[in-house]
Design a protein around this ligand. Sequence first.
Ligand code: AMP
Ligand code: ZN
Ligand code: FE
Ligand code: FE
Length: 275
Amino acid sequence: MEGKADLHMHTIHSDGTLTPGELVRRGKSAGLTTISITDHDNVGGIDEAKAIGDELDVDVIAGVELSAAVNEQDIHILGYFVDTKNQDLLDHLAFFRYERKKRAERIVDKLNNLKVPLKLESVLEQAGNGSVGRPHIANALLEEGLTETYNEAFLKYIGFGKPAYEKKYRVSPEAAIRLISSAGGLSFIAHPGNSLDEKVILELINEGVDGIEVIHPSHSPERTAYYNGIVNEYFLLASGGSDFHGGKKNDHEVFGKYYITEVQVDIMRRRLQRA
Ligand code: AMP
Ligand code: ZN
Ligand code: FE
Ligand code: FE
């Protein structure tokens, strides 16, 4: 069972720039045999990805990335193999997206108060039908010439602690884990290397998280080894991927380079059957 599985990718259904179909095609060219589309708070891209995946013989795992928080600390939770028709899941995701839109409005208000004349319409245009996020605001600022670079938007205005920062609506990790598992999926702590301390990771393990995303562009080889150690110690599953978004984030170099093996994906499928 050879092959490469990138289980973390974003499309236009959240803050990525490719359509699900384009992403699957590009994955095929890069030698990926399995991918998971993990848009923020949205499973709207899965059907299209699966259809193209069937044509090209690329396995597509239904995924989603949820935003949770513990003591103000951001924790992203990935869900894989979720039932994309599960009504409770769909209702929650619709609510999270509604909250994202309201937060975008608050950010635009703050920017306007700072005499940055960004219009909400430009932000919503960037987001299309996808979940609105700060990357769309950064893109809109850039396109309207209100900042000179994408990163400047975060550094000057919308990054954590900056004057137009606004918190996102976030659930507890426990609620995110429960939502994913009741929709038939497996839950993973996303890119813990960005900030999470071990105490929080152990709490999430106690709350029933199924695995950890050990492979991620933000993880050093030492971090990856450290998370693999935790995975082995607690009989968890290991995941990984590129967290590819494309576009102005300019992360094209990660595509096809961050992946787990098909054997690891198979272990996930077996864990699912036993649940
Ligand atoms: P949101 O989910 O709306 O809070 O947006 C989070 C996304 O914004 C992250 O996934 C990053 O892509 C991007 N982001 C957050 N902080 C920064 C930063 N300081 N510089 C560049 N991009 C950032
Ligand atoms: Zn994103
Ligand atoms: Fe994330
Ligand atoms: Fe992500």
